[in-house]
Design a protein around this ligand. Structure first.
Ligand SMILES: Cc1cc2nc3c(=O)[nH]c(=O)nc-3n(C[C@H](O)[C@H](O)[C@H](O)COP(=O)(O)OP(=O)(O)OC[C@H]3O[C@@H](n4cnc5c(N)ncnc54)[C@H](O)[C@@H]3O)c2cc1C
Length: 381
């Protein structure tokens, strides 16, 4: 397998680089403490600009407004965005999870109603899966959906919903049939976040930001036409979302890690001298990054052939999240006392990295998935 850019990929990379140089305002480059991701008008404007230039939904089919490009273009996009330190499209959940799920399970009307608006950032989406008593165990969701004629009446609570405070829609896992066995009791809905009865309460994180939220649903009416898949088949629809979540994260996060390893090398040069122990630890992180990059390329190959993300997504997410925690800890260690006068990047990254091994599947759950579905070992329980 030749991993160098083909002539088409090289042309795309060059064009994107030129576009970013010309369109990304200097003051929006680089680290801004995460603030630009939340509630700032620039986020939507920037996302819309990416859309107009054809960079949103690169791999989505042309008939739904995407560019119909190969997955390698998406990987190049993430690499170049990370290189330019450009803010991501704010529709992370719409582009990476809701959109692919609608494409896989949605009706013609549902695709027509939402896909173009996800691309253009006219609709921001959030993911209402986790509940106070149902995180890793999604099948234990208790948020109820009771069918009354042409609507479902939704009652319950979700938690840790990233972007819910700016979202227009939510992909929601509900329990419609409490009396049915697990995996046959769930129904998957798309809920208008501006509906009466939806209340969003931001949760402050260890970083100081309020990136995620609690969502309370009180007698919220959701039209039956907003159901994705059949009644009682919400589990299967949710699995599509989760496979895409891990695959999207893999590409985007390896690109971000590249930046982190680059910064680690700089920090080591400036602060840590050249003792062999430090050199060894820094080199180990660089080597791990290369291994992850090649695993990503392998995942890309599967994706390209089947159109469905493979189990590599779980392995990449596991390795990435654990590496990011090691890397950010090492970065702060190398800074030593200078971390007090530093710009705060390492400090912020280390705090934010704590959530990496929990979000999109905790490390323990991912190890179970790899053991059972990749290695064919017996089920853990
Ligand atoms: C930054 C961040 C953003 C998030 N964004 C969203 C979002 O947008 N939408 C959303 O719905 N959720 C979101 N989440 C929630 C996330 O999906 C859950 O936190 C995650 O699924 C774990 O669930 P839990 O917190 O309930 O922990 P639990 O499931 O209660 O797990 C507790 C501990 O037990 C372990 N454990 C659980 N089951 C097993 C098992 N079978 N075998 C071995 N160990 C096990 C876990 O690894 C963990 O260490 C986010 C979380 C974070 C940190």
């Amino acid at each position: 397998m030749d991993l160098r850019d083909t002539s088409e990929e090289a042309a795309f990379r060059a064009q994107l680089r030129t576009w970013l140089d010309a369109n990304l305002p200097e003051e929006r480059r680089g680290w801004r403490g995460g603030e630009q991701r939340f509630g700032d008008a620039f986020g939507r404007e920037w996302s819309h600009k990416l859309y107009e230039a054809g960079y949103a939904g690169l791999t989505w089919p042309k008939e739904v407004g995407g560019a119909g490009a190969p997955y390698s273009f998406q990987a190049i996009f993430y690499e170049e965005m990370a290189r330019a330190q450009a803010p991501a499209h704010v529709g992370v959940i719409g582009l990476g999870m809701a959109g692919p799920t609608i494409m896989a399970h949605g009706t013609g009307e549902q695709k027509q109603a939402h896909l173009a608006k996800i691309l253009s950032a006219e609709e921001i989406w959030c993911q209402g899966f986790s509940e106070p008593d149902a995180g890793s165990d999604l099948a234990a969701s208790r948020t109820g959906a009771e069918r009354r004629g042409e609507v479902y009446v939704v009652n319950g609570q979700k938690v840790w919903s990233s972007f819910a405070h700016i979202a227009d829609y939510c992909i929601l896992v509900t329990q419609q049939f409490p009396e049915e066995p697990r995996y046959k009791n769930l129904t998957y809905l798309m809920v208008d976040m501006h509906s009466p009865g939806v209340e969003v309460r931001p949760l402050r994180q260890i970083t100081g930001e309020a990136e995620f939220n609690e969502i309370f649903f009180t007698d919220v009416e959701v039209p039956v036409s907003n159901r994705l898949g059949e009644e009682g088949e919400g589990w299967q629809v949710a699995m599509t979302t989760l496979l895409h979540e891990r695959a999207t994260l893999g590409f985007a996060l390896t690109a971000a890690l590249d930046l982190g390893v680059g910064r680690l090398l700089e920090t080591a040069r400036e602060h840590a001298g050249c003792d062999s122990g430090t050199r060894e630890r820094v080199a180990a992180e660089w080597i791990e990054l290369q291994a992850l990059r090649y695993t990503n390329y392998r995942a890309l190959g599967t994706y390209q052939h089947t159109g469905v993300p493979g189990p590599e997504g779980s392995a990449i997410k596991l390795r990435w999240s654990e590496q990011n925690q090691r890397l950010t800890k090492l970065g702060r260690e190398l800074l030593g006392a200078d971390s007090i006068v530093d710009d705060g990047w390492w400090h912020y990254q280390q705090l934010r990295s704590r959530g990496n091994t929990i979000e999109a599947g905790s490390s323990e759950v991912l190890r179970n998935i790899i053991a059972e579905r990749v290695l064919g070992l017996p089920r853990s329980r």
